[in-house]
Write a protein that binds this ligand. Sequence first.
Ligand code: GLN
Length: 292
Amino acid sequence: MSTFRSAVAAYEKKCIEADVPSETVMCYLVELSQQERYALYMNFENEMPEALQKKFDEGMARILSQEPMGHVLGYSWFYGYKFIVNENVLIPREETEELCAQILARMDRIFTEQDSIECADVGTGSADIAITLCKEEKKVRMHATDISEEALTVARQNAVNNEADIDFMAGDMLKPLIERNIKLDVLACNPPYIPAEEKMEHSVVDYEPHVALFGGDDGLKFYRQVFRDCRQIMKPKSFMAFEMGYDQRERMSVLVQEMLPDTSFEILKDMNGKDRMLFVYFGCSSINDMND
Ligand code: GLN
């Protein structure tokens, strides 16, 4: 038997030894106990109930062997919404929450006059972007594509659980949208953008779907594909929003200028100061002042 304090301290130490962030211990305990952090701290000197201790030990063993917490729990939080996650979808990242916030801000400004905003989330995975935009902006009509049927099963369940009305389509990138002749105000896309040879943590490469991670030799394969095809689906006044790798600013800028010379674009930094988001505008302008 151990107190909350001693159990947490012991696992924090083990995390450091195993190269797992030690904050994971409290995050996991909050989820497992269904208690707020402050309530746990108020109980810190008490003995941890046996059933909780058992679950905590089992889950922490998996976390210490590098399994992502989202897989141990079976869910993950994104923009305040709960998403089922498993080995078939990318676990939603904080950077992608920022992408959603930036998209919502621009929708508000650019489409003030419109009653509805036609949107697509390309490579939707867990449908984190699609559901968030739907829930946060009532004018949005959302389409979402993914090449993986297994991912779409998770995405559909997440849409039901979060009561979001989304038109899901199986297919490669923009293909299903083009086939249905859909015309968009906003395209959102967090494509696989890790260069094929890049070394990554075990918790990512061993557990997350490679189809959601790797973007060809230079990581830009899927951007090229979207830039090549996007004119078939983007309305004259519309924008595209992408997540991108922190070290791709130079190459990305060249690619946009080469492939979409008549658009304007901007690259925004994430909360860690890293280049992370690309916005490309057709027939409308950027709002740089929001990021100064
Ligand atoms: N759209 C999902 C996300 O942003 C999945 C992205 C992907 O699989 N590359 O989390």
